[in-house]
Design a binder for this molecule. Sequence first.
Ligand SMILES: NC(=O)C1=CN([C@@H]2O[C@H](COP(=O)(O)OP(=O)(O)OC[C@H]3O[C@@H](n4cnc5c(N)ncnc54)[C@H](O)[C@@H]3O)[C@@H](O)[C@H]2O)C=CC1
Ligand SMILES: O=C(O)C(=O)COP(=O)(O)O
Length: 525
Amino acid sequence: MPKVLISDKMSPLAEQTFKEAGVEVDYKPGMTKEELAAVIGEYDGLAIRSSTKVTPTILAAAKNLKVIGRAGIGVDNVDVPAATNAGVVVMNTPFGNSITTAEHAIALMLALAREIPQANASTHAGKWEKSGFMGVELTGKTLGLIGAGNIGSIVADRAQGLKMKVVAFDPFLSAERAADLGVAKVELDELFKRADFITLHTPLTDQTRGIIGKASFEKMKKGVRIINCARGGLIDEEALKDALDSGKVAGAALDVFAVEPAEANALFNHPKVICTPHLGASTTEAQVNVALQVAEQMAEYLMTGGVTNALNMPSVSAEDAPKLKPYMALAGQIGSFAGQLTEHGLKKITVEYEGHVAELNTKPLTAAVLQGLLSPLMSSVNMVNAPVIAKERNIDVTETKHDREGDYQTLIKLTVETEHQTRTVSGTLFANGAPRIVEVNGVRMEAELAPNMLYVINNDKPGFIGALGTLLGHNGVNIATFALGRRVEGEEAVCLVAVDQPIKDIVLDQLTALAHVRQAKKLSF
Ligand SMILES: NC(=O)C1=CN([C@@H]2O[C@H](COP(=O)(O)OP(=O)(O)OC[C@H]3O[C@@H](n4cnc5c(N)ncnc54)[C@H](O)[C@@H]3O)[C@@H](O)[C@H]2O)C=CC1
Ligand SMILES: O=C(O)C(=O)COP(=O)(O)O
């Protein structure tokens, strides 16, 4: 039974959902990083929010880990490239808390406009400062939206309900989408120039870190108000403090901070700053959504291989997972077959899908082909990291689907180009789901792959098969199945032999020395 650790505070529904799906679960929020490193080796899955930091050290200790599930959106607390290299799927729940977070941004904008937290504190203190809190109206004001994705779009919609004009900067926002949202797509400097309020809704990346800094404040309107419910590192906090002190910025509302938990911060206690402790996603509704969804997604992956909302692997629906399963085995075998024969640097890999298989989601199959192909050549390759490894090594990977009717109802063909040669191998599935190799280097055959196999290229001459059988027999190796094919009579032939005993190197040397043998290799599956 797979075992999952929930290491951040999460709705009890997550635990319940795991149990109902047949997954063992431990709920231990608030562990130190040392405590986490000490226990993570026991688990197949790790469910987190934003507190747990999944570092390379944690991943190195996570010997059994297969999936990390983020009950929420941002995964900047997970070293995703390190997880990918370790073959761990990272998934999030991209929509479960978006409405709630957008509402928090709107709430902070209203609170900023009317200084509600400050007025509240003053009134509780018995000061009755009626003239001390002169606010501004939102109606007719311009809201500058940095990032118009899921949350930014909801903020734009709600802001228009408040009769604001919305301008958006998002390099990936199309003109059509901007028109649908009713926002004006602008460049960042133009946004700074026009906005009365600015709200941030981008992930924290190398491009967005410090997107609001010293130089940006100089381009803004005097009296601008800034809201950040995305990630702390997006704003240079020191520069913001200076801009608040100079009066350039009239107020800032921050839910997120460069360092969290933020127990000390240059902006704390500033009279123009409103703070909440990363509460954007903290509503009953959002926490139910993300807890249920993350547990369902993780359990599905661990129990069926279905993949939803993964950041480092193609999706596989629960419906597709059983259909893909026999093809995964075939794809892996074809890849492994070619990989075991590869002796030179890989340049180009083409995977062609024909017939029934072409109607399926072939992305995971290509990943399985790559895993099979690269595994004999390097250690620790799996479906998650194989496409990344291929890319890092400049191996050109192409996937093609053919509509055409071929000789087989379903076929996967792999072409591998190395610095020295091109090799092909094709396979099909029989009606019972059993994989068969049906072509090698243009030679047709029908071979079932077994744990111990011999691959021989020989001249198509009388006497060869007899000599091979005699040699194996003399060495106590029993032949289980024998597949043979050739393109042209008397020329090159390919022979695939399944044997019941592993073949010793000395037998392979004798075989290579037989007349008419061009190449002989042991293969294992
Ligand atoms: N405070 C909180 O509790 C919560 C914070 N968040 C954070 O909110 C942020 C936004 O989340 P979503 O809207 O769901 O993400 P999303 O992925 O749907 O949208 C992000 C948008 O940012 C845009 N973007 C990327 N690079 C950009 C750049 N250099 N300049 C301008 N725009 C850029 C993208 O094109 C995309 O449209 C994330 O950082 C997420 O972690 C999300 C949920 C709760
Ligand atoms: O979903 C996100 O990106 C969030 O920032 C929410 O964080 P949390 O789960 O509340 O710690």
